[in-house]
Design a protein around this ligand. Structure first.
Ligand SMILES: Nc1nc2c(ncn2[C@@H]2O[C@H](COP(=O)(O)OP(=O)(O)OP(=O)(O)O)[C@@H](O)[C@H]2O)c(=O)[nH]1
Ligand SMILES: [Zn+2]
Length: 352
């Protein structure tokens, strides 16, 4: 397994370059619909015959299903290219946010997938690259990067995460806090831990906070991230000792731009769960093994976890961290996040 190959493929996709994705059942040559322009598309697909690969959920909105959907509901859908599907139509196929402003014409037709495992691996790359899960699929041609399905899993593996550096960081809740930065050679996201208080043998109060640029930095009222972050720092500072893990898992792991696309869908009336599904992503794409690895590197094997999300407890325990206690972290709603919190309670099992 070669995480470098995945890194190159992700970089190429974000630049709009063609890549090939290999799996046991074959290979697909793809270019992200989102990254393509008239010139690059012409070079990739001179005769305008490249089909379009989309996530299962997007296929459903377009009233299409893959031939293997009965066995695997997550199986991507290959849309047959028709002469009227130009670059603009392809962009509208890729991006559900455009559904209201450019209603899709259709009818679309699904084609059998030549290499289902390679197609699924391609969609996993879309999430890692933070792009829409929609690709032109060309016939054999030159590609800028070549990646194997196994390489993609290696990229996501937290095993290579290591402590890069540490320093004192006085913060408003604790003048004696220490910040510890973590890095993996495989992928560019740098996670940090803030350790507060004096370490002893008791399990620390720990908060796993997933990055939310809009909530943490801009004071967004659409979610509860900013207030939860500050409340967590206070609760940790009031305990004997504790750790805040700041995880670079923006948008529950789909990236900032895709999260903002989910917000645009929320503007159209979809809730946070349906918006993710409509974009073609999991409801929650996070993997808490990164957090577990950070705790391991800090020498912590048992925690008192500040969360309302039972999946965080499960995720940590599965990754080998004992959760001695779950500490709720409940804050007052505001008119903009009332519905978001209700959806967390009713659809994602948060104990609110
Ligand atoms: N995709 C998506 N992500 C969102 C949305 N609103 C907030 N987020 C992201 O959700 C994450 C915040 O989740 P957390 O507060 O860590 O955890 P949680 O799952 O809500 O559980 P708690 O520990 O109970 O707070 C951040 O990465 C936010 O960017 C949304 O509408 N769509
Ligand atoms: Zn938020």
């Amino acid at each position: 397994m070669n995480a470098r190959a995945a890194a190159r493929a992700i970089d190429a996709l974000r630049r709009g370059w063609a890549i090939s994705v290999h799996a046991a059942d074959g290979v697909v040559h793809v270019m992200a619909v989102e990254g393509a322009d008239a010139v690059t598309l012409k070079a990739f697909d001179p005769s305008g015959k490249a089909d379009i690969l989309v996530a299962a959920a997007r296929g459903e909105t377009l009233k299409l299903a893959n031939q293997l959907a009965a066995a695997d509901p997550d199986m991507p859908v290959l849309i047959a290219r028709a002469p009227w599907i130009d670059g603009d139509v392809a962009a509208a196929i890729a991006d559900p946010v455009l559904d209201l402003s450019s209603p899709l014409k259709g009818p679309f037709a699904a084609k059998p997938l030549g290499a289902p495992a390679a197609a699924k691996a391609t969609l996993r790359l879309a999430r890692l690259a933070g792009i829409l899960p929609a690709f032109f699929v060309g016939s054999e041609g030159s590609s800028e990067a070549s990646v194997d399905a196994g390489d993609i899993d290696a990229y996501d593996d937290a095993a290579h995460l290591a402590i890069a550096t540490r320093a004192r960081l006085p913060v408003s809740t604790s003048e004696t806090a220490e910040i510890i930065a973590f890095r993996s050679p495989d992928e560019p996201r740098e996670h940090v831990a803030l350790v507060i208080g004096t370490r002893d043998d008791s399990p620390p109060v720990v908060r796993l906070h997933s990055e939310c640029l809009t909530g943490d930095v801009l004071g967004s009222l659409k979610c509860d991230c900013g207030p939860q972050l500050h409340e967590a720092l206070h609760r940790i500072a009031d305990s004997r000792w504790g750790v805040l893990l700041y995880l670079r898992q923006e948008g529950r792991g789909i990236g900032l731009i895709n999260k903002l696309r989910a917000y645009a869908l929320q503007d159209q009336g979809f809730d946070t769960v349906d918006a993710n599904i409509r974009l073609g992503f999991a409801i929650d794409a996070r993997d808490f093994s990164v957090a577990a690895r950070m705790l391991e590197l800090l020498g912590i094997d048992e925690v008192r976890l500040l969360t309302n999300n039972p999946k965080k407890v499960e995720g940590l325990e599965q990754a080998g961290v004992k959760v001695a206690e779950r500490l709720p972290i409940i804050l007052a709603a505001n008119p903009h996040n009332e519905q978001y919190l209700a959806t967390k309670r009713d659809r994602t099992g948060h104990q609110l």
